[in-house]
Design a protein around this ligand. Structure first.
Ligand code: 6R9
Length: 649
């Protein structure tokens, strides 16, 4: 292995940091030795209506998976993110909004946010939304997306945010699964100068005969573009909000009442509705935000994630707002209108903490100094990375070019399912190694296990599991607790299985190596190979398909699709385009295959299982290490695939 560079904790950071290494060690020890005492104390960082008397009540026992935290406490999340700051910081900025165009921006104070959320909460109530009802949010990156989420939390409705880049079909399947009652959307979104037809997509999704739960669609006017209107069903946000009262007391919610559903891809089947509840999630999001980003009062914080992903939930909104921070919400894309847009926004709003993804960093890196042209970025103090493994070259570039070797990088490993960050450096406590997410956060007990589930000690690699619960953990798969147990607790019984592989070095640092299941990570977006395959085989000319991930310089992973056509169909350039467009339409642009390999046949075992191991090797050209092919039903298929590969564009 090449030598690993270590970046020791910086003196200027350590001086003012919330925690040094001794502090981290002591708190970590306590969090593991006595989780009840530790979390009992940390839980007090947020406001409770009725304080909890019980802290941890969790079981990873097969057949009895149950996760409860602070279970007899009551609270309201929106009151924690807004109301409780009004006494001290009503006029401070809660959200800085930066538009797609550099000429558009605005600031929303905590007082203004409070008023908007209360008004919109009353709009929801007037439309019949009650505690426990599911509200779909399919919005662009506008302040109203945050208002909608907080308004749901205010009245105890469960939000289900669907990324605005998803197709009508993907939206429909999430609406059907969650039994969404009201959908909130915009006429159109605006990204990189292009309009996104959000309302038209909602109309298309609701035209699906299987969607029968949606009663109302609330439409925020963003562009004023032409849209179809359904008089009985649709209403304008601005009209409904204008007549709504600005007084809406927060609902008293139990700690274990559902807060939101967020769909994410797994290795099999359709996306799962990850369910998070109120108390534990908020305690964990708030606390991790504070320590991981070493948040200090007055810091300007910018997370580039979309609200459609978990990072947009926990670290664009809830974690920062629970801490009374100023959070920046950016409508556009980081390289529009010019490559230096991200750096310009940092300067314009004097951002102190920047949280972004390796795929963005690699795209900037490919452009070199253009990414920072004409900017100083001198306001930056801490930088973060999330979504996929960051390769050491990209880490060093981020560190050197964006952060001028002044800012520590927190490489944060976590998942939709974990609610918040689980493995991460802390700026004042952890020496950094580029490419390593380093050490566990408080209360988190990672372990590496072999294929049989035996826990491995010392420096080694293996499957990453977590041995015990933490407050931010998902509680169930919406509507399917068996699937929850099956997916996360049955592979290595007694532990939570992450689906990731990792290496632990001699200092106990973790290096996440990527998914060990059939989940792809394309530009930080999770996608199941099964989802893309089922979209492909739904095409009338396609008989069979298999999808594998291949290394991609910018996206981390690219999508390589093996496609077998129905008898009588012939591959062509037109069909190639048609198939790519088909997947875009079925799932969304992020799922568009990079490569289509027209395959006469796929390698299968005698029992009919597709051997992906072989397909991965062929896709990456590693044909001299195919491994054991003796279990194949038809070994000749491999030679044909290798021969076909030479013709793949
Ligand atoms: C937060 C988020 C989760 C999967 C996860 C892993 C990968 C996320 C990472 C990372 C290496 C990091 N991942 N952060 N891998 N280093 N710092 O991204 O959630 O969309 O559910 O994806 O992303 O493979 O299992 P989600």
């Amino acid at each position: 292995m090449s030598e690993v560079k270590v970046h020791p904790v910086k003196a200027h950071i350590a001086q003012n940091a919330l925690l040094d290494d001794t502090g981290y060690q002591a708190m970590y020890r306590q969090s593991i030795d006595n989780p009840d005492a530790f979390w009992g104390e940390q839980g007090k960082q947020i406001d409770w209506i009725k304080p909890y008397t019980k802290v941890k009540n969790t079981s990873y026992d097969p057949g009895h998976i149950s996760i409860k935290w602070f279970e007899d406490g009551t609270l309201n999340l929106s009151a924690n993110c807004i109301d409780r700051h009004l006494a001290t910081r009503a006029d401070e900025t809660a959200i800085i909004w930066e538009g797609d165009s550099p000429d558009e921006d605005k600031k929303v104070s905590y007082r203004e946010l409070h008023e908007q959320v209360c008004r919109f909460a009353n709009v929801l109530k007037a439309q019949g939304v009650a505690k426990g009802d599911v509200v779909g949010i399919y919005m662009p990156m506008v302040v109203e997306a945050a208002v909608a989420m907080l308004a749901c939390a205010r009245i105890g409705a469960v939000h289900s945010v669907v990324f605005g880049g998803f197709s009508p079909d993907a939206l429909a399947s999430r609406i059907i699964d969650s039994r969404t009652k009201v959908v909130i959307t915009a006429d159109e979104g605006l990204r990189g100068g292009r309009r996104v037809a959000l309302k038209a997509n909602v109309d298309a999704a609701l035209a699906n005969p299987r969607v029968d739960s949606v009663e109302k669609v609330i439409v925020y006017r963003r562009t004023g573009g032409d849209i179809a209107w359904h008089e009985q069903r649709d209403l304008w946000w601005h009209e409904a909000a204008a007549s709504a009262s600005a007084d809406c007391p927060p609902a008293e919610m139990n700690a274990e009442d559902p807060l939101f559903i967020l769909y994410t891809s797994g290795s099999t089947g359709t996306p799962k509705g990850v369910l998070h509840t109120t108390g534990g999630y908020l305690v964990y999001a708030a606390m991790t935000f504070k320590y991981v980003f070493d948040y200090h009062d007055g810091d300007i914080y910018w997370c580039t994630a979309d609200v459609g992903w978990i990072t947009g939930h926990s670290y664009l909104l809830y974690g920062p707002l629970a801490n009374g921070a100023t959070t920046l919400l950016f409508e556009g894309v980081p390289n529009y209108p010019k490559t230096n847009r991200m750096a310009q926004i940092v300067d314009k709003h004097q951002v102190n903490i920047l949280y972004t993804a390796p795929t963005a960093i690699r795209a900037f890196m490919a452009k070199g100094d253009e990414a920072v042209e004409g900017t100083s970025r001198s306001s930056l103090r801490i930088m973060g990375s999330v979504g996929e493994p960051i390769n050491p070259e990209a880490w060093e570039w981020y560190y050197r070019v964006i952060g001028d070797e002044r800012c520590p990088i927190v490489d944060t490993w976590w998942q939709t399912e974990t609610g918040g960050i689980l493995i991460t450096p802390l700026p004042g406590a952890t020496d950094l190694k580029p490419g390593s997410a380093t050490r566990p956060f408080f209360g988190v007990q990672p372990a590496l296990v072999d294929g049989e589930g035996k826990v491995l000690e010392g420096a080694t690699d293996g499957n990453l599991v977590i041995l015990d619960s933490w407050p931010g953990q998902m509680r169930t798969v919406f509507g399917d607790h068996d699937r929850f147990e099956q997916t996360y607790f049955s592979t290595f019984p007694g532990t939570y299985f992450t689906g990731d592989g990792a290496r632990r070095d001699e200092d106990g640092y973790y290096w996440i190596t990527g998914r060990v299941d059939d989940v792809l990570n394309v530009s930080g977006h999770r996608m199941g190979t099964a989802e893309i395959e089922s979209a492909l085989v739904a095409h009338p000319k396609i008989a069979e398909a298999a999808v594998v991930g291949v290394p991609h310089e910018i996206k981390g992973q690219g999508i390589y699709a093996y496609v077998t056509l129905n008898a009588g169909e012939v591959p062509s350039a037109e069909l190639h385009k048609e198939v790519k467009d088909w997947v875009r339409k079925e799932i969304g642009p992020i799922a568009t295959p990079d490569v289509i390999h027209w395959a006469e046949g796929l390698p299968k075992t005698r029992s009919g299982k597709i051997m992906r191991r072989i397909l991965r090797k062929i896709a990456t050209g590693e044909t001299d290490s195919l491994g054991d092919t003796s279990t194949l039903a038809d070994p000749a298929v491999v030679d044909r695939l290798i021969e076909e590969r030479s013709r793949v564009a």
